[in-house]
Ligand binder design. Sequence first.
Ligand SMILES: NC(=O)c1ccc[n+]([C@@H]2O[C@H](COP(=O)([O-])OP(=O)(O)OC[C@H]3O[C@@H](n4cnc5c(N)ncnc54)[C@H](O)[C@@H]3O)[C@@H](O)[C@H]2O)c1
Ligand SMILES: O=C(O)[C@H]1O[C@H](OP(=O)(O)OP(=O)(O)OC[C@H]2O[C@@H](n3ccc(=O)[nH]c3=O)[C@H](O)[C@@H]2O)[C@H](O)[C@@H](O)[C@@H]1O
Length: 389
Amino acid sequence: MTSSSERVDLDGNPIKPLTICMIGAGGFIGSHLCEKIMNETPHKVLALDVYNDKIKHLLEPDNLPWHGRIHFHRLNIKNDSRLEGLIKMSDLTINLAAICTPADYNTRPLDTIYSNFIDALPVVKYCSENNKRLIHFSTCEVYGKTIGSFLPKDSPLRQDPAYYVLKEDESPCIFGSIEKQRWSYACAKQLIERLIYAEGAENGMDFTIVRPFNWIGPRMDFIPGVDGPSEGVPRVLACFSNNLLRGEPLKLVDGGQSQRTFVYIKDAIEAVLLMIENPGRANGHIFNVGNPNNEVTVRQLAEMMIQVYSKVSGEQTPETPTIDVSSKEFYGEGYDDSDKRIPDMTIINKQLGWNPKTSLWDLLESTLTYQHRTYAEAIKKVIAKPIAS
Ligand SMILES: NC(=O)c1ccc[n+]([C@@H]2O[C@H](COP(=O)([O-])OP(=O)(O)OC[C@H]3O[C@@H](n4cnc5c(N)ncnc54)[C@H](O)[C@@H]3O)[C@@H](O)[C@H]2O)c1
Ligand SMILES: O=C(O)[C@H]1O[C@H](OP(=O)(O)OP(=O)(O)OC[C@H]2O[C@@H](n3ccc(=O)[nH]c3=O)[C@H](O)[C@@H]2O)[C@H](O)[C@@H](O)[C@@H]1O
């Protein structure tokens, strides 16, 4: 760990050690953020979550170099009276807790709305009432569909960035109709963003809102049947990793035509640390955090993952590498999709000077090396197990 006296912010001022209340610290992003904070800063973390499997390596054994700077509190923010006290003890609260897998948005819309809006309300309230700074994790899904997606298929305007690049302070939020329950998540996230923004405007609360654009890397979600439910549907990185580990075709929903930009979790976490340590530059802002240079269709992502996995595992590519499935078959009634997600980077560049570094090929190589090392043997055992009659 670097000593606090050596560390300065972007304006050359010394960074004071902080106590951070991190809600959802046991998840994918939380685990990487805790790791970064423990390795590179003097800050303390009160890590709140219902699970801690992904941060166990930071909590045990007792002789870790950051011993005493991270404390795990197993609690559900829905119903735990300790929450306000922990926020009061901290300089900064970071809220990551959410249901955030698309397979849940149309099948468990009530849980999705409660998790992303209702359960986040007390966190905002306690921060505002106690004059505490809040960094809240929203999503790029608040943009919904691009304006360009409503133009005729052959319109040349579809090629014009004005019709698809997503800007924090200009782009509208375009969701589907109410029976397209996919948008329950985006809509709940939009409303909590508006509430936080209003707390800033009316009550002077210090806040930063983060809109992640498909952050991916090790420890994302779960592999069904190994460290998650066998019928579970995680996000695309884990779905495709699971298919590759099992030697199955990768399933392309509605032909895999949707486009995404993927950013490496380690690049994205650097942006979050800049927000934490530069409140004067980050407060009052909403930040897109993504990599506009890593755009692919989901079909191209599948093809690249197949090539990379073959390289890192030494295994042959399957005879049928991909198959098409309908969204209704894969996700059920009420699914809909974002067509294209390119983040505008002007605000984060200007305020924090942050830029992503890692190419899609490189981030997939390190992530799939991790997936292979972590899961290949366990998957072999699961496959070899006779099915109970
Ligand atoms: N990973 C991405 O690319 C991405 C993209 C857009 C938005 N986000 C947002 O970032 C945040 C974190 O995402 P992630 O990918 O790390 O997800 P994750 O599911 O891995 O982590 C969320 C964590 O929150 C915890 N949690 C949920 N409800 C809780 C509750 N009631 N009480 C206590 N803990 C609770 C979960 O146990 C989990 O460990 C979410 O708000 C998500 O909407 C992530
Ligand atoms: O990561 C983000 O930035 C946000 O986007 C994700 O939404 P989405 O990108 O649609 O979710 P994925 O599950 O990663 O799916 C990406 C695309 O791959 C497709 N897909 C997914 C899984 C699969 O096996 N096959 C497949 O073709 C989906 O239909 C979708 O078009 C989730 O909503 C959130 O985690 C987050 O808010």
